[in-house]
Ligand binder design. Structure first.
Ligand SMILES: *Cc1c(COP(=O)(O)O)cnc(C)c1O
Length: 352
């Protein structure tokens, strides 16, 4: 089954091979305090930084999921206030989780057909956390690097945190425009689920040092201390880190991947452009996500094409949350192959 679900999704073909290697090389039983593990962690971070063009001053951490990153930010980086700017279900969930830990969290909901207006978000004071969902996986919209840069410029004394769970490693992100970026590996990284990646600026680390929250096993303060020695507070997903290292060794630099993602996206736009029955859920092409396509059709047609594709070994993504009945989603993730996209298009063509 080829999964076009926007996470968990199709993994790279080489994954089974890498798993075998991990077994052969004794990675599966490796001690996470050993020199061999520390070296592997260091190498994985080095590759991530070089392939994704993460500035050298930033620090990379591994967590268990993107959801855990939401919680780490709430407990360890928000001293009082956070501002959540979103237009869909994932941004809302981030806000909901945060509010339970830090009740002063405020929501700022914008319409999915409107561009996020950077000038509307100039916050007074300092050290609040501004939370932006860069790629909203539920409705297939994205916030551009340019707008994040504007928000950075307008709020130089606040911390900016960006949820890039379903776009990191699929498009080029301008890391220097924010303090915290996070993702999980089952989306654009083409890996099996079970790990989150969190990228932090020096500024974010200093805030964690000032706040010094250390009540949790995953307190950022503790994670930072351990990472200085290429260690983690708890036994990490060692196999996950190994697989990430192997995948990062083989993937093209982010500029090439970005180009491929945009190319494929444009082809999808062409493909659906004359469609009468299937249309992009978001009309404004400039606001759409390049990595998660959300399409509208009647519930009846959606049921039909879901069955049709499943019969041919292809799994389409369900609509998310409120959009479940009358949308479906197609992942435009790097691990998917050209011929798989062609096959999917062939099946969809008669139903456009
Ligand atoms: C998938 C997703 C998450 C949750 O990721 P987990 O790894 O399941 O915790 C959070 N935010 C966005 C935007 C996502 O797409």
């Amino acid at each position: 089954m080829i999964s076009f679900y926007p996470g968990p999704s199709r993994v790279y073909d080489e994954i089974p091979l890498f798993v075998k290697d991990a077994h052969r090389l004794g990675i599966m039983g490796i001690n996470h305090r050993s020199a061999a593990f520390m070296k592997m962690l260091e190498q994985t971070v080095k590759l991530l930084k070089s392939k994704l063009e993460i500035p050298s001053s930033y620090t990379v951490f591994f967590t268990s999921s993107a959801t855990e990153c939401w919680e780490i930010i709430a407990q360890s980086l928000i001293s009082k206030k956070s501002h959540h700017i979103y237009n869909g279900a994932f941004g809302e969930r981030w806000f909901d989780y945060t509010k339970r830990l830090k009740p002063a969290a405020s929501p700022y909901v914008f319409h999915p057909e409107d561009e996020l207006s950077a000038v509307s978000f100039i916050f007074p004071g300092a050290n609040d956390v501004i939370c932006i969902t860069q790629n909203e996986t539920s409705n297939g919209t994205q916030v551009s690097n340019h707008i994040i840069k504007e928000i950075r410029k307008n709020n130089p004394f606040h911390i900016i945190a960006v949820d890039a769970t379903s776009s990191m490693a699929g498009i080029k992100l301008d890391f220097k425009n924010a303090d915290i970026w996070f993702a999980s590996v089952q989306k654009c990284f083409g890996l099996p689920a079970g790990m989150g990646i969190m990228v932090c600026s020096k500024n974010a680390l200093s805030r964690a040092e000032v706040i010094k929250e250390r009540n949790h096993y995953n307190s950022l303060h503790l994670i930072i201390e351990k990472m200085k020695d290429w260690q983690t507070p708890y036994t990490p997903n060692v196999l996950g880190i190994y697989l990430l290292m192997r995948v990062m060794e083989q993937v093209k630099p982010i500029n090439d991947i970005h180009e491929q993602t945009l190319n494929r996206y444009e082809h999808w736009v062409d493909f659906f452009s004359n469609g009468k029955s299937i249309k992009f859920y978001i009309h404004n092409n400039g606001l759409r996500s390049n990595t998660v396509l959300t399409l509208s059709a009647t519930p009846k047609l959606i049921q039909k094409i879901k069955k049709l594709t499943a019969d041919k070994g292809m799994l389409l993504g369900e609509g998310y949350g409120r959009l479940k009945a009358d949308t479906f989603r197609i992942a435009n993730f790097p691990a998917i192959k050209d011929n798989e996209i062609r096959n999917l298009k062939k099946l969809l063509q008669p139903h456009l």
